[in-house]
Design a protein around this ligand. Structure first.
Ligand code: CDP
Ligand code: CDP
Length: 223
């Protein structure tokens, strides 16, 4: 069985996908980290983000790899571990720009499908149920109100010792969601056969529980 989890920023995809993968002993794959690594490299090298051919060539000529390091997934740009550098608001915005390019998505699709060939993966992103793993046995579309998603991200940064501005975070997330939903190639949308889980007001444990129940049901009905 493969499990696809899609949804907007701050819906809880990566936190919950990691828990579900841990419970089922599946491999967790965070596809957003791959777009983030590419965006980081564009910034790091001072390349023009608005030039699709430059960004696409950069991806073609370099390697993005996911590796497990002490039980956690790390993302590498060639031999450099960039995991710690890809979560800034700047990289988030750049990630959704590079993710709007067809030639970038084509390459990412191949990389991501290769990561899932052995099965038993929980993959999260924006287009997993619709494009990357259209045959996934379980498809979940996670969402929550924009206020709650912004608040979750705000708390996350505050707990790391930053002093974030809630209104700015809400604005940043709303902008990124709009870009992700309105791009021409593989926009963020719920697959027809995905189950919608609105996590507004739900704890992480409750969401994980709900998804595990869905997996169990699907597993039983396929026997
Ligand atoms: O991957 P995605 O952007 O969808 O969200 P995330 O990074 O998994 O979650 C964003 C933040 O919300 C994290 O700090 C989670 O701990 C928190 N969260 C929460 O408070 N309640 C939930 N039901 C889900 C996530
Ligand atoms: O954690 P958060 O939900 O904020 O973002 P992410 O999952 O790390 O993804 C960062 C950006 O990459 C998104 O805003 C999308 O533009 C893009 N992305 C995508 O287009 N397709 C995916 N499968 C995963 C991410």
């Amino acid at each position: 069985m493969n499990i696809a989890i899609d949804g907007p920023a701050g819906a809880g995809k990566s936190t919950v996908a990691k828990m579900v993968a841990g419970k089922l002993d599946y491999l967790y794959i965070d596809t957003g980290s791959m777009y983030r690594a590419l965006a980081w490299a564009v910034l790091d090298q001072g390349l023009p983000i608005e030039d699709e051919s430059v960004v696409s060539k950069l991806l073609k000529e370099n390697d993005i790899r996911l590796r497990r390091v002490q039980g956690e997934q790390h993302v590498y740009w060639n031999n450099t571990d960039v995991t710690e550098w890809i979560r800034t608001p700047n990289v988030s915005q750049y990630a959704s720009v590079v993710a709007s390019y067809a030639s970038v998505r084509e390459q990412m699709l191949i990389l991501q499908r290769n990561l899932a060939v052995q099965g038993k993966v929980v993959m999260d992103g924006r287009d997993i149920g619709t494009h990357v793993l259209p045959d996934a046995e379980v498809k979940i579309f996670l969402t929550a109100s924009i206020q709650e998603r912004a608040m979750r991200r705000w708390k996350e940064l505050r707990d790391k010792g930053f002093d974030p501005n809630l209104a700015e975070m809400e604005q940043e997330i709303a902008e990124r969601d709009q870009r992700d939903m309105n791009r021409e190639v593989a926009p963020l949308r719920q697959a027809e056969d995905a189950i919608l889980v609105d996590t507004t007001g739900m704890t992480i444990a409750q969401v994980a529980e709900r998804i595990l129940e869905i997996c169990e049901r699907v597993g039983e009905s396929s026997q």
